[in-house]
Design a protein around this ligand. Structure first.
Ligand code: NOJ
Length: 533
């Protein structure tokens, strides 16, 4: 694991939400052939590895995070042959593929659950958690109780998410074996890693009354990835560990568990009180949280994952910075700040174009179970329809799940049919075609940013040293390796006079056309990257 950990810092990972990436058969739903069709685009951006959100057989109650067969492909996304071709084409371009493993729950249509619910004594009866009465008052992340009475079996089962997503019982060794076999099945097909969905939930802490971080969590993760067959994989856990010791217990090389974990604090605390409620836009919070994590990850010699966006949140840009006049400057500032840090960069589809959130007035324009349940819960609790709509517009997951806008044409060139969900409300203005034709292309900036990271070993492998102070409204940091050094400056909302280190040399990257020797104040969201003498 040790050697891998350093190599992974040379990667750029790109998250694809296949349902919304590119549709090749006109049914309005993105498909695997659509991902294959855009591989050259991704290669051109500088992508090394693709994280593909779940593409397995699924009734799509939670857009693929409810899996009915882990060894087959969802009908809308194509065939198993398409998956094999996609993997082959990725390899041909010397790229990697990371699949999304959902180990905590299945769909209620999975044959394990279909069998399990039939009786108390069948081969699958203990694959899930069954109780005569709910043993606690755990809540589902998608609203309401996490316990559901099941008529056929006459018992309650646990579902941490939708009713149709029963939690697997990992305390049953057969379940552990099933998951190992699924991992091995995809490894044999050439898969290079896994993003592990809510992996912190696979061991429940019934005694401590917590539906996560149970007593056997490390044992189960180790059973999945601590094997010779899996030692080379890149594994990233969706795990809500917020304490560095706990993070280390998952990711230090000798633990043989995971390569890295997502840290969500900077997403959670920037520009929002909570998922559904905004607070003023600013970047300092994210800077401070990321700076602290950088130092801790470095001290402990573990890999930090550098990201701001995913399919579970509105675009970070929308709540952290200016999405109108200074959208280009804001998007490029955020990416410079985060992606030039020490760790593995991970970008979400559309982020490379500076995509933003959407605004709609009708629930018909929403699809996500979380937003729709939340809307109804808010209305039942007395919130007005307008206010409830405001909240799901702000926090809803559909924002980042709307189709990728490739062109300014109909449906953004995503499909020739009717998109499965309404396009982003600003897609005519924010799309790849328009972006590339603009003097301020967010895509071209990202391409230059990633090319720079790749060209300068110090940006991949060097140490991180912050030079900004808590009161500063900008980020200023150094990356250093073997006597070489690069300085990164990212100004935030206001024009600022920034005192730069004396030894700064040539400018390697700028988003305002700043030139060597220019000592002027930094304008809002202006960035500059300097080689140090
Ligand atoms: C986290 C995933 O990112 C999210 O999209 C999903 O709804 C839940 N886990 C349940 O699988």
């Amino acid at each position: 694991m040790e050697e891998n950990f350093r190599n992974f810092r040379n990667w750029l990972i790109y998250q694809v939400y296949p349902r919304s990436f590119f549709d090749t058969n006109g049914d309005g739903i993105g498909d695997l052939n659509g991902v294959t069709a855009k591989l050259d685009y991704l290669k051109d951006l500088g992508v090394d590895a693709i994280w593909l959100c779940p593409c397995f057989k699924s009734p799509n109650v939670d857009n693929g995070y409810d899996i009915a067969d882990y060894r087959d492909i969802m009908d809308e996304f194509g065939t198993f042959e398409d998956a094999k071709r996609l993997i082959a084409e990725i390899k041909k371009r010397d790229m990697k593929i990371i699949m999304d493993l959902v180990p905590n729950h299945t769909s209620d249509q999975h044959e394990w659950f279909v069998e399990s619910r039939k009786s108390k004594d069948n081969p699958y009866s203990d694959y899930y958690y069954w109780f005569d009465q709910p043993p606690n008052d755990w809540k589902s992340s998608f609203c309401g109780s996490a316990w559901q009475y099941d008529e056929p079996r006459g018992q309650y089962y646990l579902h941490s998410y939708a009713v149709q997503q029963p939690d697997l019982n990992w305390d049953n060794p057969k379940v552990v074996k099933e998951m190992q076999d699924i991992v091995d099945f995809w490894v044999d097909l050439g898969v290079d890693g896994f993003r592990c969905d809510v992996i912190d939930r696979i061991s429940k802490d019934f005694e401590g009354n917590r539906n996560l971080f149970g007593p056997n969590l490390h044992k189960y993760i180790n059973a999945l990835f601590g094997r010779e067959k899996t030692a080379h994989l890149f594994t990233i856990g969706e795990c809500h560990a917020t304490d560095i010791d706990e993070i280390c217990r998952h990711t230090q090389a000798d633990r043989n568990e995971l390569t890295t974990l997502f840290q969500f604090n900077h997403l959670r605390q920037t520009g929002r009180i909570d998922k559904w409620n905004p607070k003023p836009k600013e970047l300092r919070t994210a800077r401070d949280i990321l700076t602290d994590w950088q130092i801790l990850h470095q001290e402990r010699d573990i890999l930090h994952t550098l990201f701001t966006d995913n399919h579970d949140n509105n675009f970070f840009l929308e709540r952290a910075a200016d999405v109108r006049e200074l959208r280009y400057e804001s998007a490029t500032c955020i990416s410079t700040l985060v992606f030039l840090m020490n760790g593995v960069p991970l970008i979400y589809q559309g982020q490379e174009l500076g995509c933003c959130g959407s605004h709609y007035d009708s629930l018909d324009d929403f699809n996500d179970i979380e937003s729709i349940n939340m809307y109804h819960e808010l209305i039942e609790g007395g919130t007005t329809p307008d206010e409830a709509m405001e909240k799901i517009n702000f926090g809803g997951r559909d924002n980042t799940r709307r189709p990728m806008p490739w062109t300014a044409g109909e449906n953004g060139g995503f499909t020739t049919g009717k998109p499965w969900i309404t396009m982003a409300s600003r897609y005519k203005e924010i799309n790849l075609e328009t972006d590339l034709a603009s003097d301020k292309s967010v895509f071209k900036f990202h391409k230059a940013l990633f090319a720079l990271r790749k060209a300068e070993e110090v940006l991949c492998q060097g140490t991180f040293t912050p030079l900004h102070k808590a009161k500063d409204n900008f980020a200023l940091y150094l990356r250093e390796l073997d006597g070489r050094s690069i300085c990164v400056v990212c100004n935030f909302e206001e024009t600022t006079k920034i005192d730069l280190p004396e030894a700064k040399g040539e400018i390697l990257l700028s988003n305002y056309g700043r030139r060597d020797g220019d000592e002027s104040e930094f304008r809002p969201y202006e960035i500059a990257v300097y080689r140090m003498k």
